[in-house]
Write a protein that binds this ligand. Structure first.
Ligand code: IPE
Ligand code: IPE
Ligand code: MG
Length: 227
């Protein structure tokens, strides 16, 4: 069956999930981490080639310090807990975003994860961390200027300077929690992606929901501007 090669997910609704239960927002993020674990496994089993997860946007720095700290704490916990299993499953971990602007302990841990799994040949787990689509485009432009090799670029050359260089564009972009916006995610790459939004909050999004999104994708007629 036509399984999307690249699925990208805007994992949204953790805060609302917690609020509905009268819990602090961080509990929602913690529950969301369990969905990440399940969805990663489901994607591997479904034969997805690349799974991109939007974990932290450049705009998420506008949140309270305590929440940001909590989010990074959970990310560390996730890597520490999951890395050996991901490695066993032949998963290659990649990061996109302004990586070096992250706290040093996160940088170290993430480096360890990407290095340890760099030779793996299975699914690519691409984590968007301190990621912004506009920033990515600006960073690409500045790299091109600094290198000074090109006076003029085309789309093919330009793409090589994006964080996602070498990866296929997402076939399917999923957003949970009923929001219908892109929130600065993969602006260049999603030009012809199929969008799937669901009211389901991220902590409630499990294998079944991923399979539903994939089966909806399989009914779509992608035309890429043609007939
Ligand atoms: C998504 O859940 C997680 C991150 C953005 C890091 P939110 O924290 O945005 O949850 P809501 O949207 O407030 O419910
Ligand atoms: C998008 O969710 C970012 C991530 C999922 C990491 P947000 O909750 O930050 O997006 P907005 O603010 O609702 O657009
Ligand atoms: Mg949100």
């Amino acid at each position: 069956m036509n399984i999307p090669k690249h699925i990208a997910i805007i994992m949204d609704g953790n805060g609302r999930w917690a609020k509905k239960r009268g819990l602090p927002r961080l509990y929602g993020h913690h529950a969301g981490m369990k969905s990440v674990r399940e969805v990663v496994r489901a994607a591997i089993n479904a034969g997805v080639g690349v799974l991109t997860l939007y974990a932290f946007s450049t705009e998420n720095w506008n949140r309270p310090k305590s929440e940001i700290k909590g989010l990074f704490g959970l990310l560390k916990l996730f890597i520490k807990k999951e890395l050996s299993d991901l490695h066993k499953n032949n998963v290659k971990v990649k990061i996109i975003g302004r990586f070096f602007a992250l706290p040093i302990d996160i940088v170290k841990l993430v480096k360890e994860a990407t290095e340890k799994t760099s030779k793996n040949t299975g699914m690519i787990l691409n984590i968007a961390l301190n990621y912004g689509g506009r920033q990515e485009i600006v960073d690409a432009v500045n790299k091109i200027i600094t290198e000074g090799v090109y006076k003029k670029v085309d789309e093919k050359i330009f793409e090589k300077y994006l964080y996602t260089t070498g990866l296929p564009s997402p076939d399917l972009v999923i957003r949970t929690s009923g929001e219908n916006r892109i929130s600065n995610f993969l602006l260049w790459q999603s030009a012809y992606s199929e969008f799937y939004t669901t009211e389901t909050l991220w902590p409630d999004f499990k294998k079944k929901n991923l399979m539903e999104a994939i089966s909806e994708y399989q009914k779509r007629n992608r035309r890429f501007g043609g007939l």
